[in-house]
Design a protein around this ligand. Structure first.
Ligand code: VGL
Ligand code: ZN
Length: 203
């Protein structure tokens, strides 16, 4: 079975959102167009409590974009985003929701961030995504979404480590590029880790 994993296609990562990714809206039509090609479509949802530890607002003296120590892990300080119960946390209304069979929340523990759709950043707790995919007999994953250099990248790394055959739908990814070059580096790192990169022409 081959599943499409849609990473964090939520309002706060789209233009006008709290943590807007440049051209983030360009990936929604890509998702809608390819959904039908898969046995299963699963979406992840960044889903933070209002006092999440990744928010700069929780740490006096820490500015958005800084890296600081969060309970022993290096953490980028983000603006408040994808807060549970807000419109920003919701999946884009333009997504074909009917084709998405499961939504997997992540980042719900205020003490640790969760870029990957599979585990928190400390690799201590699973989100349930792996168990879900195993229960459906999924061995192949095509992955796309936001942001290339954070949640897509770490989801791809974990998926490869867990033994899935992983393809990255590059046309369906956009990144933050906190430092210019981060997105290109992330793409190179995913390839080196063993992901197959699907260029635009293939989908
Ligand atoms: C993400 C930063 C913070 C992402 C989530 O979806 O890539 N990035 N939270
Ligand atoms: Zn987040």
């Amino acid at each position: 079975m081959h599943a499409l994993l849609l990473i964090d296609l939520q309002n706060d990562f789209l233009p006008g959102g709290a943590l807007a990714v440049k051209e983030g809206d360009a990936v929604i039509p890509v998702a809608n167009r390819i959904m039908n090609l898969f046995d299963l479509v699963v979406a992840t949802q960044d889903f933070h409590p209002a006092d999440h530890g990744s928010f700069a607002s929780q740490h006096p003296g820490v500015t958005v974009g800084d890296t600081f120590d969060l309970h022993g892990l290096p953490q980028v300080a983000w603006p408040d985003h994808c807060v549970q119960g807000t419109a920003g946390a919701q999946l884009s209304a333009e997504l074909r929701r009917d084709a998405i069979s499961h939504v997997v929340p992540k980042g719900t523990d205020p003490t640790v961030d969760s870029y990957s759709g599979f585990f928190d950043n400390g690799h201590k707790k699973a989100t349930g995504l792996h168990a879900l995919l195993q229960s459906k007999g999924v061995m192949e994953l095509s992955i796309m979404g936001l942001a290339t250099d954070y949640c897509v990248k770490f989801t791809v790394f974990d998926a490869i480590e867990l033994g899935y055959l992983v393809r990255v739908v590059l046309q369906g990814c956009r990144g933050v590029d906190l430092q210019p070059g981060d997105v290109q580096q992330a793409i190179a790192d995913m390839k080196r880790a063993g992901a197959e990169l699907l260029p635009d022409a293939l989908i």
